[in-house]
Design a protein around this ligand. Sequence first.
Ligand SMILES: Nc1ncnc2c1ncn2[C@@H]1O[C@H](COP(=O)(O)OP(=O)(O)OP(=O)(O)O)[C@@H](O)[C@H]1O
Length: 237
Amino acid sequence: MLTIKHFSKSYKGGKKAVDDLNLVVERGDIYGFIGHNGAGKTTTIRSVVGVLDFEEGDIEIDGISIKKDPIACKAVTAYIPDNPDLYDHLTGIQYLNFIGDLFKVSKSDRELLIRKYGDAFEITSSLGDMISAYSHGMKQKLAIISALIHKPKLLVLDEPFVGLDPKAAHVLKTVMADLCSNGSAIFFSTHVLDVAEKLCNKIAIIKAGQLITHGKTEDVKGDNSLEEVFLELIAND
Ligand SMILES: Nc1ncnc2c1ncn2[C@@H]1O[C@H](COP(=O)(O)OP(=O)(O)OP(=O)(O)O)[C@@H](O)[C@H]1O
């Protein structure tokens, strides 16, 4: 579903933020992307979803290159950034309808899914309020619902658990597992290693722009906890 081939990215005047990254996320995968601050996770994620240009390598979504046909890639992808910047002057429901229109979600699907996820994230009663009056967590819930209503083949999330209350975090984990059991794929970054360990069937660890290990969670961590493996790999040069 997502293939990253020899991907490298430098920012102006800087060294390579990501250097020759190769990764494959298959249908049904919940793929956790972990690394220290500044390791290159957001740079990779923003390139995957087509908001950041890159010079070297290629990224394919559902077999299509993001460089060659970004619109086709974006049509099957949902992206939830770490700090969702939504339209403050819309109400929650107006925003969801805007996204529903963009992705051509039918009226019946839209109503059903907005009710389902609105209730699950306990935000239905606030959907008539202006987004400018939402808390950070409420904005994040709205961004998550907007991603889910168009049933993406690939869901990409940057630090999705930051700012969510424990119940919402639990709902999100359940929703992520459901989505993948229905054949979608998820690629997300997180610093919450115990969540990654429990939720992800695959893990990649990036350090200073380079992938240092990846694969099935049980193979990456062996008999240790993911935290132990991560700390050891990050410490070794
Ligand atoms: N807009 C930018 N201009 C210049 N350098 C940047 C820019 N964005 C990121 N970088 C650099 O690229 C490298 C990777 O940053 P990135 O944001 O991808 O890391 P990250 O793994 O997402 O970190 P964090 O866990 O702190 O969010 C860092 O060295 C960072 O300083």
